[in-house]
Design a protein around this ligand. Structure first.
Ligand SMILES: [Zn+2]
Length: 262
C-alpha cells in the first residue's frame, strides 16, 4: 500500500465489536481480511470514500478485467441475462408499481428490460456510472445521483419507494447495517428490498480460495454467509419474505434475498 492512501478503520459491521482474533489469508496484501467472533468476514481497514470515487471505484477495478477470452465474454453475457431475469422476476412478484431505488446502480443497465410500471432512481459512488444512469433514468421519470448512500437516503423523503434493489452492493458498502436501517425511512410500508451478494459459504470459495470470484480487494469489504446476511437484515428490522435453499445454494457464488421493513 502506498503511504498516501487514506484508510478508515471499521468495527465489525454486524456486531460492532472492535477486536478480531482471526485474520484470514487470501493473498489480499496490503489489505486485511478478518473473521469476527460473531463469524462475520470483513475488511477492518478500507479506503475512504473519496478514494473509492477516484482510484478504487468499481468501474476502475473492472477495467483490469478487459483482457478476457471470447468464451469468457459469452459466458458472462449469458450470466448477465440470467441475473437480469431473476431481478425482473423478483420485482414483478414482490414489488408494487411505483418508484424503485437501485443502490449501487452502476450505469443503470439493469433497468433496460424492467417493466415500465417501475420508475428507476439510483445512487452510485462512481461519478461516471451515476451520470450514465441519470441519463437513462431521466427518460423514465427518475434520476440517479453520485454520493455515498449513507449520506443521501433522507433526501428522497419519507415513504417514497415501492422497492429497493441492493444487487452486488452490500459487499461494497462500508456501513451496510446503517444503510439497511436508514433505507427504511424512504421505503413504503409494504415495500420490498431485493438483495444479492456473493455467498462466502459457497463451495467455490472453499475450493478456489483466493482465486474465488467473490474476492475483489479492496472493493468487496464485507463477505456474507446466509447466516450473517439473515442476522444483519433481522437486526435492521426487516422481515424475510423470500430466502429458501435455492436462493443460497452452496454451488452458487451468489445468494438472493427479499425482505420487507417491519
Ligand atoms: Zn462481529
Amino acid at each position: 500500500m502506498e503511504n498516501n492512501i487514506e484508510i478508515k478503520k471499521r468495527l465489525c459491521p454486524l456486531c460492532k465489536e472492535p477486536k478480531y482474533s482471526n485474520e484470514l489469508f487470501y493473498n489480499s496484501e496490503p489489505w486485511k481480511l478478518v473473521q469476527c467472533q460473531c463469524s462475520f468476514v470483513y475488511m477492518p481497514e478500507v479506503p475512504i470514500y473519496e478514494r473509492m470515487k477516484n482510484e478504487f471505484s468499481w468501474e476502475r477495478n473492472f477495467e483490469k478485467e478487459k483482457k478476457v477470452s471470447l468464451k469468457k465474454k459469452i459466458r458472462r453475457k449469458v450470466k448477465t441475462l440470467i441475473k437480469r431475469d431473476k431481478l425482473k422476476f423478483l420485482l414483478n412478484r414482490y414489488c408494487e408499481k411505483g418508484d424503485v431505488l437501485d443502490i449501487g446502480c452502476g450505469s443503470g443497465a439493469k433497468f433496460e428490460n424492467i417493466s415500465k410500471i417501475y420508475t428507476p432512481y439510483g445512487i452510485d459512488i462512481s461519478e461516471e456510472s451515476a451520470n450514465k444512469a441519470n441519463i437513462s433514468f431521466k427518460k423514465r421519470g427518475g434520476k440517479a445521483i453520485c454520493a455515498p448512500s449513507t449520506k443521501v437516503l433522507e433526501e428522497f423523503g419519507e415513504n417514497k419507494f415501492s422497492g429497493a434493489i441492493l444487487r452486488s452492493y452490500l459487499e461494497h458498502e462500508h456501513e451496510p447495517f446503517e444503510v439497511l436501517k436508514n433505507l427504511k425511512f424512504t421505503l413504503k410500508n409494504n415495500a420490498c428490498v431485493i438483495i444479492k451478494v456473493p455467498n462466502y459459504d459457497s463451495i467455490n470459495r472453499k475450493i478456489r480460495k483466493e482465486k474465488w470470484c467473490g474476492f475483489h480487494f479492496p472493493d468487496h469489504v464485507n463477505h456474507f454467509t446466509p447466516k450473517t446476511l439473515l442476522k444483519m437484515v433481522k437486526d435492521a428490522n426487516y422481515e424475510v419474505i423470500k430466502f429458501n435453499f435455492l436462493d443460497y445454494l452452496p454451488t452458487s457464488d451468489n445468494m438472493w434475498m427479499v425482505v420487507r421493513p417491519i
